[in-house]
Design a protein around this ligand. Structure first.
Ligand code: KIV
Length: 369
């Protein structure tokens, strides 16, 4: 994997593919360095797109303090800065552009939210990857708004320090700006602080309507899993120069319409770099290389709860599926061998209760009488 500094590619002034973020005046860079077409690569993971995910940290200057959410006194942060234990807000995320990379992880329930937030994630995404990693569907298209509301509420009840962003599922933001706002409001009422939607230029009216309704929006371009049938599978996007240029235009359009951050999924690192340098808001990558302003991974992929596939963009930091299988096997062995529960793991009745329940001593003499 390519790594390197943040200097723009040489000869990168906005050329034929130049775009300007209308809010920031940020230029995009030319696309001369975009890799030549090499054919599509299947990148499907456990979660369709979930397939890909990440987290963020807090710049001290950007952080705001909400003492109601401060869980640990300063000095008890186990190596993390005090700022990292503060409640993360949309302005905090936006201010992280070009700073310490943002960390975003998906979560779908209260324990997942507590684990993710306690680990210092900046953003929890209640992703529609829910459909694949939790609900057992083949793709994300089966996920309903009711599913998302149910799981967003579970995440929010954990009161995480991380910002909670909820995915708008397929067909909840495609028909009209009005319907989009109404559907997004359900997620906000369930406890999300922002919503995410997939797509570029075509979504500008919806992003503008949400922004006008005071609902912060995260964009998502590149490999957009809700478009699986249009893409013909979970394939890396933006490999050709025209497709790469379209992604740059999509990024600029979303940022211009008011998105506070943009997920870049399943695109070449070089293209993600150009998009990142073209917009004034943070980009959060998944399968999009190292130059994004943050990274996102799916909870089940990162922890090895999902072990059936290992896409290139996933790094496993745990083997929880294997650990869980082994733990449950040990429990089953103990039950079958009557090693569980032990005396200490059992409740005991008082002596007189035990005596009252005991059958009378049935020796031969009493039987004769
Ligand atoms: O649904 C999801 O989990 C996502 C991330 C992979 C970005 O959209």
């Amino acid at each position: 994997m390519t790594t390197g500094g943040q200097a723009p590619p040489s000869g990168s002034s906005a050329g034929s593919f130049g775009y300007r973020d209308r809010h920031s005046g940020h230029h995009s860079w030319g696309l001369a360095a975009v890799a030549s077409p090499v054919g599509h690569t299947e990148v499907r993971s456990s979660s369709s797109a979930a397939q890909f995910s990440h987290t963020a940290g807090l710049g001290a200057t950007a952080a705001t303090v909400d003492s109601a959410h401060r869980r640990q006194p300063e000095g008890a942060l186990d190596g993390r800065s005090a700022a990292m234990a503060q409640h993360v807000t949309v302005p905090v995320v936006r201010a992280r552009k070009g700073g310490v990379p943002l960390v975003m992880i998906t979560a779908y329930d209260a324990p997942g939210a507590r684990i993710t937030s306690d680990a210092g994630a900046d953003v929890i995404l209640v992703g529609d990857s829910l459909g694949m990693v939790v609900l057992g569907y083949e793709d994300t298209l089966q996920v309903t708004l009711a599913d998302m509301v149910h799981h967003t509420a579970a995440v929010a009840r954990a009161r995480p320090d991380a910002l909670v962003v909820a995915d708008l599922p397929w067909l909840t933001y495609h028909l009209s700006p009005e319907e989009t706002v109404r559907n997004a409001a359900e997620l906000i009422r369930a406890g999300a602080q922002a919503v995410k939607l997939e797509g570029g230029v075509a979504r500008v009216p919806m992003v503008e309507a949400l922004t006008r309704a005071e609902i912060p929006v995260m964009g998502h371009i590149g490999l957009t899993p809700q478009s699986v049938h249009v893409m013909g599978g979970y394939k890396v996007q933006g490999r050709h120069a025209d497709a790469a240029a379209a992604l740059v235009a999509d990024g600029a359009a979303l940022a211009g319409a008011g998105c506070f951050a943009i997920v870049l999924e399943g695109i070449p690192a070089e293209v993600a770099r150009v998009v990142t340098e073209s917009v004034s808001v943070p980009t959060i990558g998944i399968g999009a290389g190292p130059w994004c302003d943050g990274q996102v991974l799916v909870f089940h992929d990162l922890l090895g709860l999902e072990d059936r596939v290992l896409p290139r963009f996933v790094r496993r930091y745990g083997a929880l599926k294997a650990d869980a299988v082994s733990a449950i096997r040990s429990y089953a062995d103990d039950v079958r061998a009557r090693r569980f529960p032990s005396d200490d793991e059992s409740y005991h009745a008082a002596g007189e209760v035990t005596a009252a329940l005991s059958p009378p001593l049935a020796g031969p003499a009493s039987r004769l009488a």
